[in-house]
Design a protein around this ligand. Structure first.
Ligand SMILES: Cc1cc2nc3c(=O)[nH]c(=O)nc-3n(C[C@H](O)[C@H](O)[C@H](O)COP(=O)(O)OP(=O)(O)OC[C@H]3O[C@@H](n4cnc5c(N)ncnc54)[C@H](O)[C@@H]3O)c2cc1C
Length: 469
């Protein structure tokens, strides 16, 4: 079917609204967040009801039209954008943005998939509850996208990733039918867990229409601190000790390198370092408290006294403003390295006891290419998930794509040898397909392909993402 006919038919289903096909208007839906991909879709549609989605999918299935489910388009792997020109339609969920119900007794919230993460968090907060998933993209990303990518973020240490927080799902399958896995029960051992198949499926198995999410009583307060170390191993060892003391309360534990302080100052995000002296590595901690903050602080200091020689310096913010400044710095450190020129990112996870050795060994390997490559490892230390990034000197920019592939190989081979994962929280999308084929267990890939073929035999749902059929 040609483009005009496709648009005409979709217009009919959507009552002549909520469709765009002008290339300028489509630009922000076609382009991924990092600007790596910019193929043109046939059109983008914005359905307002479940019934519209069902009709659209049925129409696409009959006519072999490919669909990209899209949320806030903040994917860092190219999973939410077209793979070639005039091949797919984008089905963006932003108009399905209702918060359906907050169930206080059962600590659940039911929402449509196009609700932004921030809206869910704010709504829960207003009702004295807490929805813990926290990403820097939370103003734009949608719950459907968070589920489809099994998003992690800074609080996964205490509350898990999305998969630990989704109780129910309603999904429209590739044949236009709908499955309702909306049981509110935590304990529900009734055969295969079909709901979990869709969490992390990156839009390749169906369109998430709505969900039931777990919410938590709002913590009474938070305690924050930043601790300085002379080396990364000291930082990691300290974290393991402090985690053993406060396993119930630690919500976030972010590792930050010295270069992050230098670059946030250089690019005007930070006036001066939080510390008077220079240190190599930092740990930013957040504890959620259901007890009085003063009591917790006392206990924390008592424990720290037993670890006096294990760290160099400590900051405990004394106002909400100071607390916010620490976390603003954490958010800004990404923007600051981007301003340094070309960079390479790696979203990996490693067993904690292997992390220091991995960083040391892999950094040395990368420095062999050029000693001016700056290594910038930061992120969610608590769950062994670091963004092992690097800033590339200008003299290496000409052969950037070649260099990036070479570095990916060094990093991923090393991650594999230490028993880690080449993709901790961002998924596979387009960018990590080669690594997926190389490092993922072959039998698991074979089962995934069988599942995909049985649910979507015509391969209309987000084709070319995660793997090729
Ligand atoms: C500044 C920044 C910080 C980030 N920090 C983190 C972080 O800390 N942790 C983390 O895990 N990620 C992070 N991300 C990545 C990204 O925000 C997450 O992957 C997020 O979950 C994607 O949500 P989205 O709504 O933008 O989805 P999109 O980017 O639109 O889509 C992502 C995938 O989900 C599918 N999809 C979207 N909606 C649906 C639906 N309703 N049904 C079926 N499939 C659907 C798409 O087809 C695609 O495969 C960050 C991104 C940015 C830009």
């Amino acid at each position: 079917m040609n483009k005009e006919k496709i648009v005409k038919n979709l217009n009919k289903i959507l009552n002549n609204k909520n469709i765009i096909y002008d290339n300028l208007e489509l630009d922000k839906y076609n382009k991924d967040w990092r600007g790596f991909f910019n193929f043109k879709c046939i059109c983008a549609i914005f359905p307002e009801t479940k019934e519209e989605i069902e009709k659209i999918v049925l129409f696409c299935n009959k006519n072999d039209i490919k669909i990209i489910p899209q949320g806030g388009n903040t994917s860092l792997t190219g999973s939410s954008v077209p793979t070639k020109d005039n091949y797919e339609i984008i089905l963006n969920l932003k108009k399905l943005n209702k918060i359906i119900k907050l169930d206080k007794q059962n600590e659940l919230i039911e929402v449509e998939s196009g609700v932004t993460l921030d809206s869910v968090k704010e709504y829960a907060d207003k009702n004295n509850f807490y929805f813990p998933i926290s990403l820097t993209s939370s103003g734009s990303c949608q719950i459907g996208g968070n589920i489809a990518t099994n998003a992690g973020g800074i609080n996964a240490l205490k509350y898990g990733s999305m998969i630990e927080n989704v109780r129910g799902l309603s999904v429209i399958l590739a044949d236009g039918s709908n499955i309702e896995c909306m049981s509110p029960m935590k304990k529900n051992n009734t055969g295969y867990n079909i709901k979990n198949l869709f969490i992390g499926s990156e839009g390749t198995l169906g369109i998430i229409y709505k969900c039931l999410l777990k919410i938590y009583p709002k913590p009474k307060d938070y305690f924050h601190c930043m601790i300085a170390f002379n080396s990364i191993p000291n930082n990691i060892n300290f974290f393991i000790m402090i985690r053993n003391f406060f396993v119930e309360q630690i919500e976030s534990a972010e590792i930050i390198p010295k270069i992050a302080i230098d670059l946030t100052i250089k690019h005007g995000y930070l006036k001066k370092s939080f510390f008077n002296n220079q240190y190599e590595s930092f740990l930013l901690l957040k504890f959620s408290l259901y007890e009085e903050k003063e009591n917790f602080e006392k206990l924390f200091i008592e424990k720290l006294v037993t670890l006096t020689h294990k760290y160099e310096d400590l900051i405990i913010p004394k106002s909400i403003n100071q607390e916010n400044n620490l976390w603003k710095f954490r958010d800004d450190l990404v923007e600051s390295y981007k301003l340094e020129g070309k960079y390479i990112t790696n979203d990996i996870s490693l067993p904690l006891d292997k992390m220091s050795e991995f960083i040391e060994k892999t950094s040395k390997e990368i420095k062999k290419i050029d000693s001016n490559i700056r290594i910038y490892p930061f992120g969610h230390l608590g769950d062994g998930n670091i963004h092992f990034n690097m800033i590339i000197p200008k003299n290496l920019n000409n052969d950037f794509d070649f260099l990036r592939d070479r570095i990916y190989k060094i990093v991923n081979d090393s991650v594999f040898s230490f028993g880690g994962s080449f993709s901790a929280e961002h998924g596979i999308g387009i960018i990590k397909k080669n690594s997926f084929e190389k490092y993922k267990d072959k039998n698991e890939i074979a089962i995934m392909k069988k599942i995909k073929i049985s649910l979507d035999p015509k391969n209309i749902m987000n084709p070319g993402k995660i793997f090729n059929l």
